[in-house]
Design a protein around this ligand. Structure first.
Ligand code: GCB
Length: 589
């Protein structure tokens, strides 16, 4: 059922606003029969209504007697009996609030997996689909003075028209996995601002106002360190744009992740945040960062905390721990696989200097013929771009991973690529391709999707999934019909930490190391390679990894295990990446 709801494009700049953070204890009710979604009917009232029963009416649920759960959280790693649960769970939280009636109030979710319906004070606000992007509601006039109650129905059931669909190789953590906030903005407010460096060295700045009177308003942009202070006036659409000419701009790069304080201000609102400026483009097989060729040397990372439990809820400390592991390899790049990671991750990447590949969870087989799937994919990429447009670290939008080469998939992804480019011409578009043609020992990239990408990526598991032994990777070569940059977006092998043996013996650290050694030589002899992000930093939970001895529902392709302990392949990769990044820097000098 589609609810009518004031689902808004989430205002950007969350981390620069003062918010009431609703993290903490919520109550939850597990609803495997989906009873709570039914409209009120005799005897049962739907769970959005958390009022006390009147008279002798039978109500067979009560949030006040429900167990507590932390938000942000996934329910799987917090509640033992919900470890494997996929279905509907109701969350409730009450809080005191005094709305300022001169302002608008926004209820903002950083992310919850997968489908949600949100109620405030017993009124349905709307629904949202997709597990990894923010969504928000204008709750002005709906928030009361005093006690308020939010109820969220969250359902992580896998369905064929969803993204991802029925199968994927990571854990389907359900719940309100990212923080929830209430904040206030003026009646006319800054809903978006975007600053990006152009090839001509100027910064294109666009500001969008929304609310009551967005037209003909004066807004200021200040970047003191660059001697920029300017006033603009919004047009009939509430928008104002300008090209700024910075003096002595220090470009953002992984070696020098310079961020500037940028202030956007209008009469009754001021937002300050830190933004870096860099320019990314391709030329033939090269990727150029600020006009200089760059090799993207890094690794793939799932958003799962280091430690025995794993889990999806990310704290700053957990996010930092993951990205510092990437930095410790000497890397300048990270592939945030296979879905938009939390905003903390991209903000940290800005701060510590990592170029980012950001992806939407279009993974292998989806229902490319279902118009609902396309609509969801379009929303996901837009929500992702809206959130991260100002992150200098993000240079690539990846629209899909290993999708089958069919007609319907091609037109689906072309639609998505066109949308991505139209929305954000300042970044590169890529995808990890699948099923490349093998002729003898040569693997040839012919996927027609490659024609529509700026950078194409391939995943290769020679030595692991194929019949070859690690040493036989030496026979393999890659070629392509595209004169574009190529990234080896995945390669690797499963190894159980502490299990040693022969290089040909599966699950040993020795075998994983041999596959890394051989595949890195393959990377070196493939002339158009401009990046690597082997699979993967850390062992991660996956329901598809059944082997009782070696896996126990963990994908063991990490170069560190779940506790962060390195396997033998770690040093091989670290050495390769460090040399690559250092030789690139010395060439640039
Ligand atoms: C792949 C997928 C990735 C899997 C990996 C594996 O090709 O892109 O999501 O986890 O292989 O371990 O099989």
């Amino acid at each position: 059922m589609i609810m009518e709801g004031p689902l808004q494009k989430a205002p950007v700049g969350l981390y620069s606003r003062t918010t009431l953070d609703l993290s903490g204890e919520w109550q939850y009710i597990v609803d495997p029969m989906q009873e709570g979604l039914h409209l009120p009917r005799k005897g049962i009232r739907h769970f959005a209504d958390d009022a006390r029963p009147k008279g002798n009416r039978l109500i067979e649920y009560d949030f006040n007697y429900a167990n507590n759960i932390q938000v942000p959280s996934d329910w799987n790693t917090q509640v033992e009996k919900l470890f494997w649960y996929e279905g509907l769970v109701w969350y409730r939280r009450t809080f005191e609030y005094e709305p300022n009636n001169q302002k608008k109030q926004i209820l903002y979710f950083e992310g919850a997996n997968y489908w949600k319906r949100v109620y405030l004070n017993r009124t349905a606000l709307g629904e949202h689909e997709g597990g990894f992007t923010p969504f928000s509601f204008d709750v002005t006039d709906k928030l009361k003075s005093g006690r308020n109650s939010i109820v969220v129905a969250v359902d992580n059931t896998r369905r064929s028209h969803q993204i991802p669909a029925l199968k994927f190789d990571w854990f389907n953590y359900g719940g309100i996995t990212r923080p929830v906030h209430v904040f206030e903005v003026p009646k006319t407010y800054v809903s978006d601002y975007e600053l990006s460096l152009q090839k001509n060295g100027k910064i294109l700045a666009t500001i969008q106002l929304a609310g009551d009177k967005p037209k003909n308003q004066s807004v200021d942009i200040t970047i003191s360190e660059l001697n920029i202070q300017t006033s603009l006036v919004t047009n009939d659409e509430g928008k104002a744009s300008i090209e700024l000419t910075p003096q002595d701009l220090q470009y953002w790069s992984p070696q020098s992740p310079k961020l500037y304080n940028v202030t956007i201000a209008k009469n009754n609102e001021q937002i300050t945040e830190r933004i870096g400026f860099r320019y990314i483009e391709t030329r033939g097989p090269d990727i150029l960062l600020n006009g200089e060729p760059v090799f993207l040397a890094g690794i793939s990372v799932h958003e799962e905390a280091i430690g025995a439990i794993g889990g999806r809820a990310m704290t700053w400390a957990e996010a930092r721990a993951l990205l510092m592991e990437v930095k410790a390899l000497g890397a300048n790049y990270v592939r945030l696989a296979h879905y938009p990671h939390s905003e903390m991750m991209t903000r940290l990447a800005d701060e510590i200097g990592l170029l980012v590949w950001s992806e939407v969870p279009l993974w292998q087989s989806l229902d490319f013929d279902d118009p609902r799937t396309l609509q969801t994919a379009r929303n996901m990429i837009l929500e992702s771009i809206d959130r991260d447009f100002n992150r200098a670290s993000v240079i690539i939008w990846s629209v899909a991973n290993e999708t089958p080469q069919t007609e319907s998939r091609l037109s689906f992804l072309r639609n998505l690529i066109d949308l991505t480019r139209a929305r954000d011409p300042s970044r590169l578009v890529s995808s990890a391709l699948d099923k490349n043609k093998k002729v003898g020992n040569t693997i040839h990239v012919e996927d027609p999707l490659g024609e529509f990408l700026d950078v194409y990526a391939v995943n290769t598991y020679e030595g692991w999934y194929g019949p070859r032994t690690p040493s036989q990777i030496a026979e393999v070569n890659w070629s392509s019909r595209y004169n574009k940059p190529m990234i080896f977006s995945e390669f690797g092998a499963g190894a159980l930490k502490g299990h040693f043996g022969d290089a040909d013996q599966r699950w040993t650290e020795d075998c994983q190391r041999a596959i890394y050694q051989q595949t890195l030589m393959l990377v070196d002899r493939t002339p158009t390679t401009r990046g690597i992000s082997p699979w993967i930093l850390k062992d991660f939970r996956s329901p598809r990894r059944y082997h009782g001895l070696y896996q126990d529902y963990w994908n063991r392709k990490g170069i560190i295990n779940e506790y962060g302990q390195p396997k033998l392949a770690y040093e091989v990769l670290k050495k390769w990446i460090t040399n690559k990044v250092e030789s690139q820097q010395s060439k640039a000098k």
